[in-house]
Design a protein around this ligand. Structure first.
Ligand SMILES: Cc1ncc(COP(=O)(O)O)c(C=O)c1O
Length: 386
């Protein structure tokens, strides 16, 4: 898909200090993100390849859910698959937005739906970072924002991530007191740790005027933490992003949300890095599952039980697990190169997650079903030597 920059986008870029020479490069960025949701995750496509190489094996590497959508979502997909000859026969987009707006208590004008959240993440970095206005995150965190900022030639500052804690917002502000975008992933990928709303509020109160705070809540339903949507009110300097790819089991179906002031949503539309629209099947599924509170709670409880059982097993075996995860992932410090452990487990048909450069001996493990976690434990038992 080819994305060309509108007049308004070009004007906005010039105002933010980009030179006209960069326009082609930025259009190419948006096209690449539109063509593939994982374009700017990079290693994620390598992970998908590894997963395909062990068909029938245990896939606990990419933070996907171990099961698909709730039955109401699957039924909605089947129903609308049969109406797939029509673009949007039942105004499903408005219905989905209304469902989300009612549930979250924010006006519909503040809700925008997208095919997943990887595209909007690229969009948001492109909209708020520039050669002079940088990106600030913790390290480690989800790398897509880093890659986009690097591509744009924006300064990148990282605050250290304390094990077991949420983002250190004071360290983030100190890392660049004049940034364009402060990105907080809560629960954080890969640590699963939650940043308290009071800390996010502190950052909002103390960050430079004109900058944006993005709270990526991809994993929020796996935790019981309150959402930063509560902080939105009339603010124009906060975006909260969600995806249906995690607890809702819809990674391949593609649906995501940004919560923000309508003016902010309009600015994001200038840098729309997503391909086409959203399928009616995805929208119908999303609307059907969004209010399934009892099933959400049960899935969260199942994940938590599976996670804690395996953490207890590893700890008993003398393998260090970093605590504090509130999501479907945890970090294991093998105290030896994580890449070698990842390959050894892959040979046993268990695909675990990657490691981050800052912690080369630590792997991210996605929490799967009880069966997945039993297979993981058996493979660790076979391959791990202290
Ligand atoms: C923190 C975070 N944000 C965003 C995404 C993008 O996911 P999707 O495009 O499937 O919504 C991911 C995917 O793993 C993620 O971990």
């Amino acid at each position: 898909m080819d994305v060309s920059l509108t007049e308004n986008a070009q004007q906005d870029l010039v105002e933010r200090g980009f030179s006209r020479r960069n326009f082609g490069k930025i259009a190419a960025l948006l096209s690449a993100a539109a063509a593939s949701p994982t374009a700017f995750i990079g290693t994620a496509s390598a992970q998908q390849q590894a997963a395909r190489s062990i068909k029938g094996g245990t896939i606990i590497g990419a933070n996907e859910c171990w099961v698909g959508p709730f039955p109401s979502g699957v039924e909605a997909i089947a129903k609308y698959a049969a109406s797939g000859n029509r673009y949007d026969p039942d105004d499903l987009k408005d219905k989905l937005v209304e469902t989300i707006s009612l549930k979250e208590g924010v006006p519909a004008s503040h809700v925008r739906v997208w095919p997943g959240s990887g595209g909007p993440l690229v969009t948001i970095v492109a909209a708020y970072c520039s050669p002079t206005k940088g990106l600030v995150t913790v390290n480690p965190t989800f790398e897509s924002a880093w890659r986009t900022a690097a591509y744009l030639g924006s300064p990148l500052a990282m605050a250290p991530q304390t094990i077991g804690q949420g983002a250190d917002v004071k360290a983030m502000l100190a890392a660049n007191p004049n940034a364009g975008l402060y990105y907080i992933c809560s629960p954080n990928n890969p640590t699963g740790t939650v940043t308290p709303l009071a800390d996010i509020q502190w950052l909002l109160d103390n960050k430079p005027a004109g900058s944006m705070v993005l709270v990526d809540e991809a994993y929020i339903h796996f935790s019981e933490a309150p959402s930063a949507v509560k902080l939105l009110g009339a603010r124009k300097d906060l975006i909260v992003m969600r995806t249906f790819s995690k607890l809702f089991g819809m990674a391949g179906i593609r649906l995501g949300i940004t919560f923000a002031d309508p003016e902010v949503q309009k600015k994001l539309a200038l840098y729309n890095a997503v391909g086409g629209g959203i399928s009616i099947t995805a929208m119908a599924c999303g609307a059907a599952v969004y209010n399934e509170d009892a099933l959400i709670k049960a899935r969260r409880a199942e994940m938590t039980a599976n996670r804690e059982e395996t953490i207890a097993w590893l700890t008993k075996k003398g393998i260090e697990v970093q605590g504090g995860s509130h999501a479907n992932m945890f970090m294991v410090n093998w105290k030896k190169p994580a890449k070698a452990m990842q390959l050894a487990l892959l040979a046993e048909k268990v695909q675990i997650g990657r490691n981050w450069a800052i912690w080369p001996t630590t792997s991210r493990i996605t929490v799967g079903s009880a069966k997945d976690m039993a297979a993981f434990r058996a493979a660790v038992d076979k391959t791990y030597k202290a």
